[in-house]
Design a protein around this ligand. Structure first.
Ligand code: FBP
Length: 552
């Protein structure tokens, strides 16, 4: 592999670690735990792994020797900066426990466990990937580990490779499934432990015990750099409004963090739209007002941030999507009729005639391109893939339409817009110091949880706004984070997703400032991630983490 000078230098970086992990370690166990909600139901699903104590690792006085063991690791779901450091921390942790320990990587995500595709990760391989972005060391995938047939195939390969524990590096769904797997292996007396690590750029796997999911820090810093560059361009040329959609699935954490870092003129927060039951028209009118006011101040430019999941949170569009999902569900007569129609106009008219009158009005009001997207792109479960809907274009078109009406009434206003979508640009960036350190420690902690016989735990590092030496390493029972939710028509135990809290410090800070940012150009240009240099810059955490943990 040909490496850039940056890669060569960055490979030498030694991640900072909690001092509790530096030498021998003692295990401190807390009291019994409960799930965040629906305790009785969750307990029934997880009789063996429910109620386990929170684990904290502290500096110990006694050197313990551990028997040798083999471990398997899986990268699950979307890429997030730092995954390679979780694996290198896990590898180093295992080797520190016993030099004979082995680490196997399952290839291409959870499917690697089921299909018995693996690679032994040796120090030569690990060294190639230290402090690098991406998941390419073993690849990732979105196969869901849900069925006992898959679990049993996992047992087979674990027995063959003498694997004692599996580490699943994933988001809320993957870790929910990791817990189901842990419980199954426990009930079957297989002796195979399962440990999770909190990953996702979306930032929605967090709670009292898990302060951040890894990758959020680097991804937000990467997007904020790009947003800042666009802002500076906009402020120089003074001719474009830039509408930027940001990844993050349902949650708006990424948009909110980027707004706190860069001070855009508009940043929509899906959770607020849902809470206020805002209509698309209201959202468009609010943006238009800002465009008009800025234009009147000779500021004929601006930046608007739009969370990827927005469209699902606008109540009227959500209802429309639900109706379309039913109408176009595979195998239904309505779907067959729709498919049999020749032209796009016939298809559009059929939908308008068949939907409820409210949804048909909403559908008819959408620009043709967007309404077509709503009827075309469906995932394997038959749902509209909202992330593929170009919400940023939709909003531009609707603002233009609204401005045309205002112009007809004599208003003079300039508006020329560009659209962008930032997602993949940030998911494999070289991990920031925070993500490099945090991930390495998470992996190291996973090795200790395994060595101490734990299963059904998520590796955790707390006190993350303090210097890394003061971080608190440990493990949290996954069942503690669970509640019951309706999934594919059934109530299931799942890790509770953390959406943006409208009473939380990050949103409150944003809400206090946004009116000012809307009208007065207050752009901040965060610049690129710094990997070396003053710690105030290179080790800075996200604003979200600072606000959530400091101003509590
Ligand atoms: P995870 O939840 O698996 O971490 O994935 C996050 C994410 O990056 C979302 O922000 C985005 O909607 C999605 O993945 C895109 O998925 P894909 O990689 O399949 O295009």
């Amino acid at each position: 592999m040909i490496k850039s000078v940056f890669q060569i230098e960055r490979a030498k970086y030694a991640p900072k670690m909690p001092k509790a992990l530096a030498g021998s370690v003692q295990v401190i166990e807390g009291g019994k735990t409960n799930s965040v909600a629906d305790q009785e139901e969750i307990k029934k699903f997880f009789p063996g792994t429910y109620g386990m104590p929170i684990i904290t690792f502290e500096e110990g006085a006694v050197e313990t020797s551990y028997p040798s063991l083999n471990v398997g690791v899986i990268l699950s779901g979307g890429q997030a900066p730092g995954g390679h450091n979780v694996i290198s921390g896990l590898f180093d942790g295992l080797k520190k426990l016993n030099l004979s320990n082995k680490l196997f990587g399952f290839l291409g995500g959870p499917a690697g466990l089921v299909n018995h595709q693996y690679l032994e990760l040796t120090s030569d391989i690990i060294d190639e990937y230290r402090n690098t972005g991406g998941f390419d060391i073993i690849g990732s995938g979105r196969t869901k580990l849900e069925e006992t047939a898959q679990f049993d195939k996992g047992i087979k390969i674990c027995k063959q490779l003498e694997i004692k524990a599996i580490v699943v590096i994933g988001g809320d769904d993957s870790n929910t499934n990791a817990c189901v797997l842990a419980e199954y292996y426990l009930q079957k007396n297989t002796g195979i432990q399962v440990i999770g690590c909190p990953k996702t750029i979306d930032g929605d796997l967090k709670n009292e015990m898990i302060e951040a999911s890894f990758g959020f820090d680097t991804a937000c810093k990467t997007y904020s750099e790009l947003i800042g560059n666009i802002m500076r361009d906009a402020n120089s040329a003074k001719k474009y409004w830039h509408f930027i959609k940001l990844m993050g699935r349902s949650a708006s954490h990424i948009g909110l963090e980027c707004a706190l870092q860069s001070h855009p003129n508009v940043c929509l927060i899906s959770e607020e739209v849902a809470e206020k039951k805002q209509t698309l028209e209201q959202i468009v009118n609010e943006i238009t007002d800002i465009v008009v006011k800025r234009s009147q101040n000779e500021e004929t430019f601006g930046v608007a941030l739009i969370p990827e999941g927005l469209i699902e949170f606008i109540p009227e569009i959500k209802t429309l999507i639900d109706e379309l999902n039913e109408l176009l569900a595979e195998g239904t007569t309505s779907a067959e009729k729709f498919q049999s129609l020749g032209s796009n106009t016939e298809k559009r008219d059929y939908i308008i005639d068949t939907l409820s009158s409210q949804s048909s009005k909403v559908f008819a009001s959408l620009p043709n391109g967007i309404s077509r997207q709503l009827t075309l792109d469906r995932d394997p479960h038959g749902n509209v893939q909202v992330s593929r809907i170009e919400t940023e274009r939709l909003l531009i078109e609707m603002v233009e339409k609204r401005l045309a009406e205002l112009r007809r009434n004599g208003l003079k206003v300039k508006f020329s817009a560009q659209n962008h979508f930032f997602g993949y640009e940030g998911r494999c960036a070289a991990p920031s110091n925070f993500d490099s350190d945090y991930c390495y420690s998470l992996g190291f902690v996973a090795s200790l949880l395994i060595a101490n016989g734990k299963t059904g735990y998520l590796a955790s590092i707390r006190n993350t706004i303090a210097p890394a030496s003061e971080w608190i390493p440990g493990g949290v029972p996954i069942t503690m984070m669970m509640n019951m939710e309706r999934r594919s028509g059934e109530m299931k135990p799942v890790i509770q997703k953390a959406l943006v809290r409208l009473d939380g410090a990050p949103f409150t800070e944003f809400a206090e400032k946004r009116e000012e940012w809307a009208i007065e150009t207050s752009f901040v240009y965060p610049g690129p991630i710094q990997y070396w240099g003053p710690s105030a810059v290179s080790d800075a955490t996200t604003k979200t983490l600072q606000l959530e943990k400091v101003k509590k």
